[in-house]
Design a protein around this ligand. Structure first.
Ligand code: SF4
Length: 486
């Protein structure tokens, strides 16, 4: 086990895709002599150690480089339960060391030209560029500021290549007029409702179209999941295009699990051309949850924060990731998932803060059953001064049975159902009216959520029970009457 990285086991290093020159291979071996035993270095080619409390993040099975996923827990990683969540450990140590604000910097995806290669040569080059004398005098300076500046002058260009230029700052959207109905209504102060439709498991669109027609009069926008639980269904992209044709406003969900940097940018342009105006960036459930045979579980090309950063730059700077200009940039309202119940509130707040800085304009949260903890999370976001930069849509889900409640509580990462609610569902199940009890619990949740100043709306997730949405919205008083469905 590496000395400074809490982890279960030694993981193999990445290999360069081509044979390096002899000099680089020697430097590589030198680097691994100390980084291997100390940190379990995997030679990612873009070291973040100083910003991650001196714990190598490359132990994360998803390969996340910008913080934990929504399933992070203090006990273990949900993808591999035999090891701790490395991002939980990073946050724990960062808080102990007082280095938590370092975690806000938005880090780039791996540059696979460099993966598996040494970085010592790059550091020496940076010292030469900055001037050996300047570096020595800067590092020996009595002024802390000067020492930090010199140190950063060497390491920052290594971890933040020019094609990325990540930072820890908020970047306000560079447009004024709302790009979508969802953004327009949120901006006007309306308490909005969005709802999720499960894409079909077949090529037939009959049920999908029925559900779109059913929900259209009641909600501002409809989300289409992107192969939730890593189980293939019709693509969110195709469902969104059908919704646009039917006059409904879609929220296109994109899971990092299934995309690459190329396909993300291509999809952003294609969906904008088809009239999709809201995009929700997710890391996505790990392939660990998928049916067998399972796809790759040990690395993602991008994480959701990198997706937000790339999409924001395409829209606001008119730039591809490779820095080419986009003559007619796409327009969209960018969202992200938020997890009030994963790991610890203060850890998640850093993660949400980073998402806002990267480009998230609205959050759709994981399912809320525990309002006290939800309020705690809102307070943590308020303390970070980000509630005026992002709209919050609280996730609400009617429980259809005690079995579903049990499954969600035990198996879905980031969902917590308090004991009282479990007891209510169990008792209702025994009487044969669990579905009705589930609806009543949702209505109670919405009533309380509406009194929370910081919340801008609700997002209904029904897991295939779309027929219940009109009733919940009507009985919650979010619409006055059920319009005729043509
Ligand atoms: S962040 Fe990358 S270079 Fe740094 S220790 Fe981890 S694998 Fe090695």
């Amino acid at each position: 086990m590496p000395i400074l990285t809490p982890g279960r086991r030694w993981q193999p290093s990445y290999y360069p895709f081509r044979r390096d020159k002899l000099g680089n291979r020697i430097l590589n071996s030198l680097e691994m002599l100390y980084k291997g035993p100390l940190w379990g270095c995997r030679q990612c080619g873009n070291c973040l150690l100083q910003e991650t409390a001196f714990i190598c993040p490359m132990e994360c099975p998803k390969g996340l480089r910008n913080g934990p996923c929504g399933g992070s827990t203090p006990e273990h990683c949900y993808v591999d339960e035999t090891r701790p969540c490395i991002w939980y450990k990073i946050h724990e140590r960062a808080f102990k060391m007082g280095r938590e604000e370092h975690l806000l910097e938005v880090f780039p995806p791996l540059d696979w030209e460099k993966v598996g290669s040494e970085q010592l040569g790059g550091l020496l080059k940076q010292v030469r560029i900055n001037g050996v004398k300047n570096v020595i005098s800067g590092l020996l300076s009595f002024k802390e500021d000067q020492r930090k500046k010199t140190w950063d002058g060497i390491f920052r260009p290594i971890r933040q290549p020019a094609w990325w230029g990540g930072d820890a700052e908020y970047h306000a959207p560079k447009y004024d007029e709302p790009v979508s109905e969802l953004e327009k209504r949120l901006k006007s102060g309306e308490f909005v409702v969005t709802a999720e439709i499960q894409p079909p498991l077949t090529a037939s669109t009959n049920k999908l179209k029925q559900n779109i027609e059913l929900l259209k009069p009641f909600v501002t926008a409809v989300n289409f999941t992107d192969s939730a639980s890593a189980t293939p269904r019709m693509s969110s992209w195709a469902c969104s295009a059908i919704a646009v044709q039917m006059g409904a406003e879609p929220v296109l969900q994109i899971a990092a699990r299934d995309i690459t940097r190329n396909s993300l940018q291509a999809e952003a342009l294609g969906s904008a051309a088809l009239g999709v105006k809201n995009i929700l960036c997710l890391t996505g459930d790990s392939n660990r949850l998928s049916p067998k045979p399972r796809g790759r579980m040990d690395i993602l090309d991008l994480d959701s924060i990198q997706m937000l950063w790339i999409l924001r730059q395409m829209r606001d700077e008119g730039k591809y990731l490779d820095e080419r200009n986009i003559k007619f940039p796409p327009k969209y309202f960018l969202g992200a998932a938020a997890s009030p119940f994963a790991s610890e509130v203060k850890f998640q707040a850093i993660r949400e803060h980073k998402k806002v800085n990267a480009g998230a304009q609205f959050f759709q949260t994981n399912l809320i059953f525990n309002l006290d903890r939800f309020e705690e999370w809102l307070n943590a976001l308020a303390a970070r001064n980000i509630l005026n930069k992002v709209y919050i849509l609280a996730g609400v889900s009617p429980l259809r049975s005690f079995k579903i409640a049990n499954y969600m509580n035990n198996e879905i990462p980031g969902v917590q159902i308090p004991v009282e609610i479990m007891k209510r569902m169990e008792a209702a199940e025994a009487l044969g009216n669990a579905a009705e009890e589930g609806i009543q619990i949702s209505l109670e949740m919405i009533e309380k959520i509406r009194t929370m100043q910081e919340v801008n709306g609700v997002h209904l997730t029904t897991v295939g029970w779309e027929e219940v949405v009109p009733r919940i919205i009507t009985e919650a008083g979010l619409i006055k009457s059920i319009p005729e469905i043509s």
